[in-house]
Design a protein around this ligand. Sequence first.
Ligand code: UDP
Length: 478
Amino acid sequence: MASKEEKEAVHHHVLMVSFSAQGHINPLLKLGIRLVSKGLHVTLATTEVAQDRMFKSFAAAAATTTISSVSDIQLAFFSDGFDMDYDRKANLDHYMETLGKVGPINLSKLIQQHYHDKQKKLCCIISNPFVPWVADVAVEHGIPCAMLWIQPCSLFTIYYRFYNNLNQFPTLEKPDLTVELPGLPILNPQDLPSFVLPSNPFGSLPKLFIELFPNMKKHNWVLANSFLELEKEAIDSMSELCPIRPVGPLVPPSLLGQDHENLFDVEIQLRKPEDSCLEWLSNQADSSVIYVSFGSIIDLSAKEMEAIATALKNSKRPFLWVVKKPEFPTADKSGEIPQGFFEETKKQGLIVSWCPQTKVLAHPAIACFITHCGWNSMLETISAGVPVIAYPQWSDQPTNAMLVSDVFKIGSRLGTNEDGVVNSEEVEKCIEEIIHGVKSEEYKKNAMELKLAAREAVACGGSSDRNIQLFVEEIIGS
Ligand code: UDP
């Protein structure tokens, strides 16, 4: 039996393994930072393709902090079996299949190399959803494992029930079936995540969930990037089936009023943000600017871009619009600013190719956020207390938009035609409503209440902080 001294000399290490996308790495990293603040040593591993930009983000953050915990988060990388210049999005099915074969072998090697030392006890492996094979590696090495769910708990409930065949969902024969699940409002097909709709084949992504959900037993813990006060009913509804513990919101500590606590503030950025927009915002009146962004993946069609542009121009309000440079320009001009718009609105608004979104949302000049409802953006806008106009596209976004309007009540969802496309009158109407309409005060009040609830959840002794503390005690004791 180990002596007291030997026990104290053991450092408790946690290995986190992420799919290499910004929206997957950042929540895990933020959880890692909170685990470090509770005394654990953390290594975050992902595939080599993210190495360059992760080192750059860490170096930039380390240069602006004196917090010692920077050195307690180590980075590690393993090969996904492809050359660095291979286009991983070109054939996602092939990529995910190969990663599922090569990833476990290389992760195993990494564990053998780094954690063979008794003093460096690996007490848990934490992964996120697009790398379901990590649980098998953990089981093979006899290490307890946890998953960090990076979408709302409401989505966990829906997927868990769908992939375990616990409830009826729309089928090709009954496409209009409404779905009634414990802890959630009645869901119409347009409120469901696109992956569970019969008409929507999405290649390897839904297949990943087929592996993940029926195999959830392999995980000793399921943590979630949410907080109890935000999704209490959905969380409670899972307590008998597969308990899920919210530990978020996992957003920058500065957005939660925790600037002065011993928490290292780092964000992995896929693209270089145009920080000059913060200066532009400082020249705008408080609560005047419409912020528009559709995240890192979606490019709207030319028609949709035209509708947003016309509405922004007609609103005569200042706006900040993130229009990414399309990775591969298309003949149909999707994702591009309509011709002439930039010149016509130079004095009214600002268009940037990428911005420091968490700082933008925290800026007093922001009035509302027109968003695709990616879950990171949702938690950021909730933490900043900014009302939302929702324009969801796929995956979890339709359900997140339903949460915005029906559960959180912090904004509205844009109406569309039967092809899911919005027109400029609808955008204009929703902008006016969210700023001056009958419900605008209610949206603002609810957004402010959720902002405070988010801060309380992560503060010392709050619901998420307690869940992290309990998790730490359990993994150290296991
Ligand atoms: N983001 C950013 N600058 C931008 C637009 C987005 O930093 O100009 C960040 C945003 O803060 C969020 C992430 O990109 O953390 C987008 O993640 P989300 O889950 O909202 O959507 P996805 O990109 O996965 O569709």
